[in-house]
Design a protein around this ligand. Structure first.
Ligand code: MN
Length: 441
């Protein structure tokens, strides 16, 4: 950890000694909060910056950056896996990424990646946490920015539980009063709504508001109260009932235990809880409103209502899809697949289903476009323990059919040519059987 902070300090020094910083970050909650954390720190130092949110570093992007008059460019949440593109940029490039790196030194001016310092980038720190370390090295007063970075760690699902740098940044936030830790259900808002719209976890039998009201009445719990404002007695009763419900519908043990735990109230930012901030940013990115997402992460309240509207809309699509997921499943020996109608929800649906409904096998969610099939693959902790590595399975299987794929062991993506689905599925099924130790033919 010490070494990682030392490297963050080098990046901080490189930034404060320049008069303009060009920030390029990834288009997800982690990338956007990374940019917001650093940009806030730069603003406080009166260092001008320009931030752009992109999907991945490309030759086209490199060309554009070379034409600009920036001296210093910082990449967040990307770059460790794209040395070729980084090399094309003839400026001072700083790469800050937590994905497994394909190089160490010699490609960019500075390369901050936890994997080089014995820190796990999949569980202990995301790009936002790295951005936070840099911000804190720029000025110790930036500890309050931990609440933005926390939303990034949550976005990359590194909060169950928070460990390593992530837990350190929360401690910093608590120390300066930017974050308050509460114990409770990891849901927010009015109890009935919170249960009806919950996707993390997803309650199969709480689709109708009548069912929920009946349940609450039976438990003698007031329906109009906020879920986190319930008395301890009511919360305990509710948690017991909900846990049983999840168990019955097939949810993993981790899903059930994760429903309860630390929740993080943030005292900086346009919403009350860190999870809410993550969720609003995600809602914007799915609509490709990256500027809006960034402005929310930068503590601008202007777009919150719109973002909440997107969130609601998106949530409904997921709930509709989940409702029929069990009927739509195609079963292979070591993998399940489903077809989804909306591209933007395929990852979310797969991830919820494999944790809350059908946990026995990894789940691939397929979106069939005109010439490509986009695939999101999701697993759960139990499958990881058995040896699941979706990143490898997806990249190898996609390669074979002339597509491309990769990601993390628990969550991965691929795109493949439209006519290659059967070959792809045969291959990935075979690889997954191998990984999961299913040796029977
Ligand atoms: Mn990330």
């Amino acid at each position: 950890m010490k070494e990682l902070v030392k490297k963050a300090n080098e990046v901080a020094n490189a930034l404060v000694s320049t008069d303009f910083v060009r920030v390029i970050s990834h288009k997800d909650a982690d990338g956007i909060t990374s940019a917001a954390t650093l940009c806030t720190a730069l603003k406080r130092e009166k260092i001008p910056f320009h931030a752009t949110i992109v999907s991945r570093p490309s030759t086209e992007l490199a060309g554009k950056l070379n034409e600009e008059e920036n001296e210093t460019i910082i990449f967040f949440d990307m770059g460790s896996g794209q040395p070729d593109v980084i090399k094309e940029i003839d400026k001072k490039v700083l790469v800050v990424d937590h994905h497994p790196p394909e190089y160490k030194d010699g490609v960019s001016h500075l390369h901050l990646n936890p994997h080089h310092h014995g820190v796990d980038g999949a569980s202990e720190v995301s790009a936002a946490g790295l951005s936070y370390l840099i911000a804190r090295e720029i000025n110790n007063k930036n500890k309050d920015l931990s609440c933005i970075a926390l939303a990034g760690a949550i976005g990359d699902r590194q909060h169950l539980p928070l460990i390593g740098v992530n837990s350190e940044l929360v401690n910093d936030g608590v120390e300066v009063g930017a974050i308050e830790i509460e114990e409770g259900l990891r849901l927010y808002g009015e109890t009935t709504k919170a249960l009806q719209t919950s996707t993390d976890p997803y309650f199969k039998n709480l689709r109708n508001i009548e069912n929920i009201e009946q349940l609450l009445n039976r438990l003698d719990i007031p329906i109009e109260k906020d879920i986190n404002e319930l008395t301890k007695k009511h919360k305990t009763k509710l948690i017991k009932t909900l846990s049983l419900m999840l168990l019955k519908q097939g949810a993993t043990a981790k899903t059930i235990t994760s429903m309860v735990g630390e929740i993080y109230r943030i005292n900086r930012g346009p919403v009350k809880y860190a999870t809410e901030l993550t969720s609003l940013i995600n809602a914007c990115t799915r609509k490709e409103k990256y500027g809006m997402a960034l402005s929310i992460a930068l503590n601008d309240k202007k777009h919150v209502t719109d973002a909440q509207e997107y969130e609601k809309e998106f949530n409904q699509k997921i709930l509709d899809e989940l409702y029929s997921v069990e009927e739509k499943i195609n079963e292979y020996r070591c993998v399940n697949t489903i077809d989804v109608e909306t591209k933007s929800i395929k990852g979310a649906v797969a991830s919820i289903a494999v944790n809350c409904l059908i946990p026995e096998k990894p789940l691939l969610s397929l979106y069939k476009g005109t010439d490509e099939i986009k695939i999101s693959a999701r697993g759960n902790e139990d499958l990881i323990k058995k040896g699941l590595n979706l990143s490898k399975a997806m990249s190898v299987s996609a390669d074979i059919v002339g597509g491309r794929g990769g990601g993390h062991n628990i969550a991965s993506g691929a795109s493949i040519p439209i006519d290659s689905l059967n070959i792809f599925l045969d291959k990935i099924n075979e690889i997954l059987c191998d990984q999961l130790g299913d040796t029977n033919e």
